[in-house]
Write a protein that binds this ligand. Structure first.
Ligand code: LMR
Length: 425
């Protein structure tokens, strides 16, 4: 019956993280998955989350199914955080929001909806992007291509090439964009670039799908949502996936949402209905616990303040670790590959290390990065930063080792290697 089932080669991020857990070496360092760890290397339980959870546990409640679209308070809190309290689109009831299983659930529900109502659309993602973007949209039945984004030579953005490629796309193409803290490169658009890009999207009648998994880890909670609010300002219909995995440190609770900016309250009601039907067809209705925590924190001024303060301190710690690794790599890493440790934003630095170099780092030194060269700087701390920097320095200076190591722990999966269709150069 199952002879024809292929072996799963694994996921470039999650399987690697599972391999890390199995690695018996004590000195191993996990800079692979996008998770924030504190100075002690622990996954934090944020103060506001702990307090909200304690309050909820003191108020035992039955656990009925949530509505298919999710908890009303949570959906309202999402809209206010993502679009702003004073968003005109909110006031005009033009935003359809459903609670989803994390940001990935939002992408999948959105992909199913688009596949049903825009069956001829193609999806375009940045080159490179988070590996799961391609996977989710391909599995939903789309052809996925790339538009230019990251400039390997400078560690920055190829904005003009990106803009001109997007101007060439057929109407109703889906353009996947990262609101802030681009994953995997840490390279974002400036506000002025967003304004220009959104103008082009509007003119070409494209369908932007914005993924905001890192709100608060870039320039601040509101500043990170600039692109989304600019879409509202320019009256551009758009899909927005957001997640509380990182900014609430609630990874396993799978708290996310999908919002669609519509032209009228009437279309928002119909879109909400069909998003709800996509939820029902996928997993029926979302879970309760994490959503209650997020809604409680965001609606309680003292908890909200505590959450904002702690998130800001997490960002300061990441910035400090960027400085630490930069200082330790100076002299060992060529200058053009060094500035990006300071300049790139959010949880990641796109180091420029090759897959072969990453393999040697992992096999020989127990330092895990994603094979695209993405490093999670949010997992550095005072105890592991020296070892990570020394290992990178050694790998770079021993060119003859590169790619020559056995890859017993390296999965056979490869990342960012599927070129697919490309637009622009
Ligand atoms: C990451 O990019 O490492 C995280 O978003 C975790 C994941 O699901 O890939």
């Amino acid at each position: 019956m199952f002879e024809h089932i292929d072996a799963y080669p694994g996921d470039p991020i999650l399987t690697l993280n599972e391999n890390f857990a199995r690695d018996p070496r004590e000195h191993k360092v996990n800079l692979s998955i996008g998770i924030y760890y504190d100075d002690e290397g622990r996954l934090p339980v944020m103060g506001a989350v702990r307090e909200a959870e304690a309050q909820l546990l003191a108020e035992p409640a039955a656990k009925p199914y949530l509505p298919m679209a999710g908890m009303a308070d949570y959906r309202d809190a999402v809209q206010s955080l993502v679009f702003g309290d004073d968003s005109p689109a909110r006031a005009e009831r033009r935003i359809a929001t459903v609670q989803t299983l994390g940001g990935s659930g939002a992408l999948k529900v959105g992909a199913d909806f688009i596949r049903r109502y825009f069956p001829d659309a193609q999806v375009w993602v940045s080159d490179p992007t988070w590996d799961n973007h391609r996977f989710i949209f391909e599995r939903a039945g789309f052809t996925v291509g790339t538009y230019p984004y990251y400039d390997e030579a400078t560690g920055g953005l190829k904005f003009e090439a990106m803009l001109s490629a997007i101007r060439d796309l057929p109407a109703k193409s889906v353009v996947l964009l990262h609101a802030c803290c681009h994953n995997p490169t840490g390279v974002d658009l400036s506000d002025a670039q967003w304004v220009k890009l959104i103008g082009a999207i509007k003119q070409r009648e494209l369908l932007p799908f914005i993924d905001m998994a890192y709100q608060g880890f870039g320039a601040g909670i509101d500043a990170d949502a600039f692109a989304i609010r600019e879409m509202v300002r320019q009256n551009v219909p758009a899909f927005v996936a957001n997640s509380f995995s990182k900014n609430f440190s609630l990874y396993g609770e799978r708290c996310g949402a999908l919002s669609v900016i519509c032209e009228s309250p009437d279309s928002a009601a119909r879109v909400l209905g069909q998003l709800t039907s996509a939820v029902r067809a996928n997993y029926s209705n979302p879970p309760t616990h994490g959503a209650k925590i997020v809604a409680r924190v965001l609606a309680t001024p003292s908890l909200r303040q505590s959450w904002e303060d702690e998130l800001a301190s997490m960002c300061r710690r990441i910035a400090r670790m960027r400085g630490e690794i930069h200082a330790r790599l100076r002299g060992n890493v060529p200058e053009p590959m060094l500035a990006r440790y300071l300049d790139q934003r959010g949880m990641f630095t796109y180091t420029g290390l090759s897959a072969g170099q990453v393999d040697v780092l992992r096999e020989r030194h127990g330092v895990y990065l994603i094979r695209s060269g993405r490093m999670c700087v949010a997992a550095l701390n005072d105890r592991n930063v020296g070892a990570a920097a020394a290992a990178i320095g050694e790998v770079l200076s021993n060119g003859d080792l590169i790619g020559a190591e056995p890859r017993s722990l390296a999965a056979s999966f490869d990342v960012s290697s599927k070129p697919g269709r490309r637009v622009g150069s």
